[in-house]
Design a protein around this ligand. Structure first.
Ligand code: 3PG
Length: 309
């Protein structure tokens, strides 16, 4: 019997990416694809997953309840980097492999970060004079795939690049001509722009707090294309109220989006939906990687990108 791969996405992949994986699947025996896009409720997801062997998701919530409905599920791939949307413990208990596709959508996210930076410093293109990136400094909080893409783009803008990442050797930063900082505080103190490029977990949750944000330079800009829960929103609101020159742009709407936009209209910028990885290129890269990883897992036992177990 064929193994069914379910692609369940509330925010659909580009048609080109879907067509590409349909073509891949046509060339391998034993697999077929099932699509669930823009679903309206958990029940639709539970129904669709009940009989499948593999699952591909984006930021879709894969809860214990969803996993419980998947009788034949063997592998879940998060088409992207951050897998905080998946209940990894529930999957592990059921011996389900969880994987991600690191690096596949990094460039899309990195380019969007600069789009947000430009949007803010050009005063939302409303006619008033803005400022430029050239000669300014950027601090990359996290130097993984996205951090590295950002460093490369920043150099094109003739910016000075700094980074802080306790899990990356300063030699690696040096190889990318990036100056290593010893702590997050040190980074936030030094730069005109801070970009968050770290995952959310028990160590980083709400770690971007008032104390850290108060270290930021005058007229600094904080860019969040990572996760909402990294930010202590109370602390962010407080520092934005106390310091009328700080700016915040995010690809993930804060809980207090409306209030923030009302209070600080020219100092905040938010996308309408999480858009960092929403490019044809990123969709192609991450979906092809996901489906290929699933086929390789079933055919060769390859678990290279496994994040649990
Ligand atoms: C990631 O972790 O790779 C990004 O946040 C992408 O999220 P998305 O697939 O929901 O666009």
């Amino acid at each position: 019997m064929k193994k069914t791969i379910l692609i369940a996405t509330e925010k659909p992949f580009a048609r080109k990416a879907i067509k590409k994986v349909q073509k891949i699947i046509r060339h391998v025996d034993d697999f077929d694809l099932k699509l669930l896009e823009r679903y309206n409720n958990v029940d639709e997801f539970k129904e669709a997953i009940s009989n499948v062997s593999a699952l591909v998701v984006r930021s879709d919530k894969v809860s214990q309840d969803i996993i419980g409905s998947a009788k034949k599920l063997k592998v879940v791939v998060r088409a992207g980097a951050g897998y905080d949307n998946i209940d990894v413990d529930a999957a592990t208990k059921r011996k389900i492999i969880v994987m991600n596709t690191p690096g596949q959508n990094s460039n899309g996210v990195a380019e969007l970060a600069f789009g947000l930076m430009l949007g803010l410093i050009r005063r939302k293109y409303l006619g008033g004079p803005g400022t430029e990136l050239k000669g300014k400094s950027i601090g990359l909080h996290g130097f993984g795939h996205i951090g590295k893409c950002m460093a490369q783009i920043a150099k094109g803008f003739d910016m000075k690049v700094f980074a802080y990442d306790p899990y990356v050797d300063s030699k690696v930063m040096k190889e990318h001509a990036v100056k290593a900082c010893k702590s997050a505080e040190d980074l936030y103190k030094k730069v005109n722009f801070v970009s968050l490029n770290i995952p959310v977990n028990e160590k980083t949750e709400r770690s971007i707090n008032y104390r850290l944000l108060s270290k930021m330079k005058k007229r600094a800009v904080l860019i969040n294309t990572a996760r909402k829960d990294l930010i202590d929103e109370k602390g962010l609101m407080r520092i934005m109220s106390e310091r009328s020159e700080l700016m915040y742009a995010s690809d993930i709407a804060p809980k207090w989006k409306v209030e923030m936009e009302e209070k600080f209209p020219m100092r905040t910028l938010f996308t309408t939906k999480k858009m960092g990885a929403q490019t044809v290129e990123a969709n192609l890269n991450s979906l092809v990687a996901s489906v290929t990883q699933i086929i390789d897992f079933f055919e060769k036992g390859d678990t290279t990108y496994q994040v649990n177990g």
